[in-house]
Design a protein around this ligand. Structure first.
Ligand SMILES: [Zn+2]
Ligand SMILES: [Zn+2]
Length: 261
């Protein structure tokens, strides 16, 4: 089994500490075999904030390639992005693959299209009805074949809403899409890192949510663990260990190596 981590940020995103090379150095020190840099993807005009400006994209690519060269033959370093999917950006995803040579894209729906032409921020959802639209946006994204993995598929559970029909339906849509398109789902250590607290549906992490992972286990969808680190000390910390323990506790199928698409 390889020691891997495909979800790593860096200071270019404006809310992380450390350079790409700092993370590569630390990862090598921690004994990783494969790491993937997956900073929040820039968009032209910088509409979403909390990430590198589009003008910094070339610099990001340069830095990752430098880390790749530095660790050649000792540790594999991949060039990727964590990115939102919206149909209107379709041409841009192709450009990322073909012109900018991204080796993989992980789907990270922080912003999403609700299917009625509205762009929503997952943290702003007023109730669970938006969860279903969120899940449908994930399903649509996976249908494009552009994404190698879904980051924190249960991000919406940061909200403290009663578990209801919409929660079940949203989880089912995501799990079914993962099965249909053969894409692994992430058990995100950054959610574990935030710790458990009291929600109306029990003492739990904001994400990963055990109710989603119950469905993932039943459907036998492979799960990948990534640190989603924004600080060097988060690269291979206690939350990573605890996430690996959750794989056993929740009877999940663990996948170590990402299939690049
Ligand atoms: Zn971030
Ligand atoms: Zn992330």
């Amino acid at each position: 089994m390889y020691k891997t981590n495909y979800h790593i940020h860096n200071e270019l995103c404006k809310h992380a500490m450390g350079t790409v090379m700092d993370y590569a150095d630390k990862a090598f020190e921690c004994g990783f075999d494969i790491i993937g840099m997956s900073d929040h993807a820039p968009f032209r005009g910088n509409p979403y904030g909390f990430r590198m400006d589009f003008e910094e994209f070339e610099e990001y690519i340069f830095q990752v390639k430098e880390a790749k060269r530095t660790y050649e033959k000792r540790m594999k370093v991949l060039l990727g992005l964590e990115i939102e999917y919206m149909a209107k950006h379709r041409a841009y995803y192709d450009e990322l693959r073909e012109k900018y040579n991204m080796e993989y894209l992980i789907l990270g729906q922080h912003f999403f299209d609700d299917g009625h032409g509205n762009e929503l921020y997952v943290y702003d959802l007023p109730d669970t009805t938006g969860y279903v639209d969120y899940a449908k946006s994930v399903e649509e994204a996976l249908g494009t074949g552009l994404f190698s993995m879904v980051a924190h598929p249960d991000l919406m559970f940061v909200h403290d809403f009663e578990w209801d029909y919409n929660c079940d339906k949203a989880c089912d849509i995501i799990v079914d899409a993962a099965v249909k398109y053969g894409v692994p789902l992430e058990l995100n250590a950054n959610g574990v890192r935030k710790g458990k607290s009291r929600f109306v549906d029990g003492d739990r992490y904001p994400y990963p949510h055990f109710k989603l992972f119950e469905k993932i286990s039943d459907a036998k969808v492979p799960v990948m663990i990534n640190s989603d680190c924004h600080q060097l000390k988060e690269l291979d910390d206690e939350a990573m260990k605890m996430s690996h323990e959750l794989v056993k506790e929740w009877n999940l199928i663990y996948q170590d190596v990402l299939e690049l698409r």
